[in-house]
Design a protein around this ligand. Structure first.
Ligand code: BJW
Length: 249
């Protein structure tokens, strides 16, 4: 695949450029993780209010756990794809680099990214609703649903449901990075869920060059300087090629 990049974008391919990559479910689609809002998206088959709100968990914790157990099982079977791997190479190339993800699947960690802000938590984390203790737990099935904490409280998936605040300090740090970057990539997100969806326009308002990578234009396109239409697993490795060539020049 050959994609056309503007000269402006190519001129930013130097290690000193401050870069933020903001990702959503689309980057994991090619690994086989379903997105939320596409024709095959999770929210076409399941109701948000039954599964992804604190009220749903309070009313039917077992159902919510079963659904997250099914998703954990799906994610355990898949691997990071070339899009994830390209983003982990970006982290090595740019001196000031931040990955801000809405994804909970852990595929960016598995691809090797370390400068990572997770806005919506992590499906592999479990947290007690009573004492707040959290830990990573890669167990696929539990003896009792909901599993219980040593304090006796119910354990829940460490993700952010609708109506819940984002993890303390994480969104503020993402805003700070968006405000201070020169180049902002919005990758594989519909940019419909707030406050995360403010980030592309925050970056733009503070002078960043904003590039969207998506199979179709999203809400983020309205503030993008450049829209690269295509699969992130093809477009991002292509950008990495340009970076590698730029570093040889
Ligand atoms: C490809 C591709 C390929 C496909 N290559 N591309 C204004 C301000 C603030 C809040 C609000 C507001 N307006 C409304 C709200 C409330 C609400 C909200 O945003 N609602 C909207 C739906 C209108 N927000 C919240 O409730 C948030 N919390 C909050 O606001 O708290 C306030 C508060 C403060 C203090 C006290 C109490 C409360 C929380 C939002 C939590 C979102 N949670 C989820 C579930 C996570 C757990 C789980 O996985 O189960 O997060 S919902 C779901 O959407 C998930 C995602 O991270 C998120 C975003 O979805 P994403 O990643 O963009 O996926 P899709 O499917 O939408 O898009 C995929 C894209 O990929 C598409 O564009 C495709 O084209 C593309 N694509 N294949 C490239 N191969």
């Amino acid at each position: 695949m050959v994609i056309q990049l503007s000269n402006k974008l190519k001129s930013l391919f130097i290690p000193e450029t401050r870069v933020v990559v903001f990702t959503g479910a689309g980057i994991s689609a090619e690994s086989g993780v379903p997105t939320f809002r596409g024709p095959e998206g999770l929210w076409k088959k399941f109701r948000v209010q039954d599964l992804a709100t604190p009220e749903a968990f309070q009313a039917r914790p077992q159902l919510v756990w079963e659904w997250y157990g099914w998703r954990r099982g799906q994610i355990a079977e898949v691997k990071p794809n070339p899009g994830h791997r390209a983003v982990s190479e970006f982290e090595k190339y740019f001196v000031d680099f931040t990955l801000v993800t809405q994804n909970v699947d852990g595929l960016h960690d598995r691809a090797g990214n370390r400068k990572l802000l997770k806005l919506h938590g992590d499906i592999w984390e479990i947290r007690c609703v009573q004492c707040g203790t959290a830990r990573m737990d890669f167990t696929l099935s539990f003896n009792h649903l909901p599993p219980l904490c040593v304090c006796g409280g119910a354990l829940r998936p460490g993700v952010v449901w609708f109506g819940e605040p984002l993890p303390a300090g994480i969104f503020d740090e993402a805003v700070q990075k968006a405000e201070g970057c020169d180049l902002f990539f919005s990758v594989g997100t519909s940019a419909e869920v707030y406050p995360a969806a403010y980030l592309p326009s925050i970056a733009k308002e503070h002078g960043a060059y904003v590039v969207e990578v998506n199979i179709e234009s999203s809400a983020a396109a309205s503030c993008a300087d450049e829209v690269l239409l295509g699969k992130s697993g093809e477009v991002l490795p292509e950008i990495l090629n340009y970076l590698s060539r730029a570093s040889l020049d």
